[in-house]
Design a protein. Structure first.
Length: 250
């Protein structure tokens, strides 16, 4: 996004836990540092929140980074008068939802939360926190349930979930600039032939995806085969995160 978003007219102020190479003015801070967060968001028009732990981890780590951390960010935004946050939610917020078969309705944004991990649970919290701050404080959020944002898909499952980096920039730009979003939940995927999600709420923001994972399908299917309807790890939106016991820290 550092490379892609400026082309849409955005001037970026970066924040990360570690120094950002090539960006000497970037803020280096932890989400636990409330004073640093407040200073970092002062004067900005909007926040694209991509920080936190992006994989499953022990609950204590998820709690600190993804639950307490996102609360700290929303408080900093409220205190500084920032009017819009784009929140990186995840498909794992609804991970135990059955994946649609051909001919089934696409998974809707109104699907009830069914997190498949502590990570997914933290994204449910973030979406609900966003709703609270819209209802109570008028702070707008677009919660983006990101599928798999990588240069190219690496599994057959990703043929349905893939969000190309270029489409991610298109979606984030739309989410940052659309009018009157309140709290809007959208799915973040490209225009994939095998798409599982209903992208209508994202398109309503002005998002027009241009990429399709299908160009990688022949190779991935030859390597991995079709998804197995008899395998519980391949019948849910969250994939193997729904069944793999080693992903659940004790």
């Amino acid at each position: 996004m550092r490379e892609l978003l400026p082309a849409y007219g955005h001037e970026l102020r970066l924040l990360d836990l570690v120094p950002v190479d090539g960006a000497p003015d970037a803020v280096t801070a932890d989400l636990a540092d409330r004073a640093a967060l407040r200073e970092a968001v002062r004067g900005v028009d909007a926040i694209l929140h991509l920080a936190g732990i992006s994989l499953e981890a022990p609950f204590e780590q998820i709690l600190r980074a993804n639950i307490e951390g996102v609360h700290h960010l929303y408080e900093a935004a409220r205190e500084e008068g920032v009017r819009r946050i784009v929140f990186a939610s995840s498909n794992h917020a609804v991970g135990f939802t059955p994946r649609p078969r051909p001919g089934d309705p696409l998974v809707a944004v109104g699907t009830a939360h069914r997190p498949d991990t502590f990570y997914g649970l933290s994204k449910c919290f973030g979406e609900d926190l966003a709703q609270l701050y819209w209802d109570r404080h008028g702070l707008e959020t677009v919660s983006v349930r990101i599928g798999s944002c990588q240069p190219e898909p690496t599994s057959v499952r990703m043929l349905s979930l893939w969000l190309s980096p270029a489409d991610a920039a298109r979606l984030f730009h739309a989410a940052l600039t659309a009018e009157g979003v309140g709290h809007t939940v959208v799915y973040g995927s490209s225009a994939n032939t095998r798409l599982w999600w209903d992208l209508s709420s994202a398109r309503a923001l002005g998002y027009e995806p241009q990429d399709d994972a299908e160009r990688y399908a022949e190779r991935l299917l030859a390597e991995q085969g079709e998804l197995d309807d008899a395998d519980p790890g391949q019948t849910r939106v969250g994939g193997h995160f729904c069944t793999a016991p080693d992903l659940w820290p004790h």
